[in-house]
Design a protein around this ligand. Structure first.
Ligand SMILES: NC(=O)c1ccc[n+]([C@@H]2O[C@H](COP(=O)([O-])OP(=O)(O)OC[C@H]3O[C@@H](n4cnc5c(N)ncnc54)[C@H](OP(=O)(O)O)[C@@H]3O)[C@@H](O)[C@H]2O)c1
Length: 248
């Protein structure tokens, strides 16, 4: 890959880029350092046929997995879990081992946010038994038995995301969190001022249709961002951008 900004470099690899990222070194007292990751088409769509998979290439997946290796926890909304049916966050044992050497928990904690607890319990995330899952929910339902340990944190109304992040930081030791979407959860985090950085893959294609974008339901307002890096993959024409949310 070619780094275009800030310092041009002819040949950079995913591991080299990831080695620069130490989000766990920069937590707030009351919440983790929060980064988000999305892949988008040129017309700003986050899905083709209801899924994100058709938008990116294997290089995009490698970047996403690279980000997962750098954080204490990964968070998604129930809508994303229903569509994408996650498995274990880091499937590769070598990557889990390397995390321990870097002072990170072996498996990132998987955090779900769900009002109704209507989740695909047959998904490998729940059935394979690796890692741990924490679900913030407002449902009174009990989940079915799962191989993977699942802990519920119950609230009322909507899940208060600010309180959830504080709980992750103070009770579960989460210093850094990667939110992988979807657009609904992402919009709430942004609106509440809970996002520090956005990683966005710009895919060289159009999608059209009515699929969601980077955010769903975010009230209109100008929200400037700072471009922290821009990396190009000449083989696939993808652009990998890292944006910072300026601190207030
Ligand atoms: N291109 C990309 O990079 C990318 C990334 C992620 C997802 N996606 C796509 O985005 C689509 C899903 O979008 P989405 O916006 O519906 O997904 P989402 O944000 O993952 O899920 C929304 C759902 O999460 C739960 N939720 C969110 N905030 C909540 C809160 N504060 N309190 C209680 N529950 C809360 C609710 O679920 P309940 O129904 O349980 O109440 C809500 O319906 C999928 O098609 C997926 O493939 C694309």
């Amino acid at each position: 890959m070619r780094r275009l900004l800030p310092e041009p470099a002819a040949d950079v690899t995913v591991p080299e880029l990831m080695a620069e990222l130490r989000p766990s070194d920069d937590p707030r007292e009351d919440r983790p350092h929060v980064i988000t990751n999305f892949v988008l088409t040129l017309d700003g769509k986050a899905t083709i046929g209801g899924l994100s998979g058709p938008i990116g290439t294997r290089r995009d997946t490698a970047m996403l997995v690279g980000l997962r290796t750098r954080v204490d926890a990964v968070m998604i909304g129930a809508g994303t879990m229903r569509e994408e049916c996650y498995g274990r966050v880091l499937a590769d044992p070598a990557k889990r081992e390397r995390r321990e050497e870097d002072g990170l928990p072996r498996d990132p904690l998987m955090v779900l946010v769900s009002g109704r607890l209507d989740l695909p319990w047959e998904a490998p995330l729940f059935t394979e038994g690796g890692g741990r899952v924490l679900i913030f929910t407002t449902s009174d339902d009990d989940p079915p038995p799962t191989e993977t340990p699942v802990q519920l944190v119950r609230g009322e109304g909507m899940v208060d995301l600010s309180a959830a992040l504080t709980q992750l930081r103070t009770e579960h030791g989460v210093r850094s969190l990667l939110c992988e979407g979807g657009p609904n959860l992402h919009a709430q985090l942004l609106q509440a001022g809970l996002v520090d950085e956005l990683f966005v893959t710009h895919a060289p294609k159009l999608a059209g249709g009515e699929g969601p974008g980077l955010v769903a339901g975010l009230p209109e307002a100008e929200r400037p961002l700072e471009l922290a890096w821009l990396v190009a993959e000449p083989e696939t024409d993808e652009l990998f951008a890292r944006y910072r949310v300026p601190r207030q």
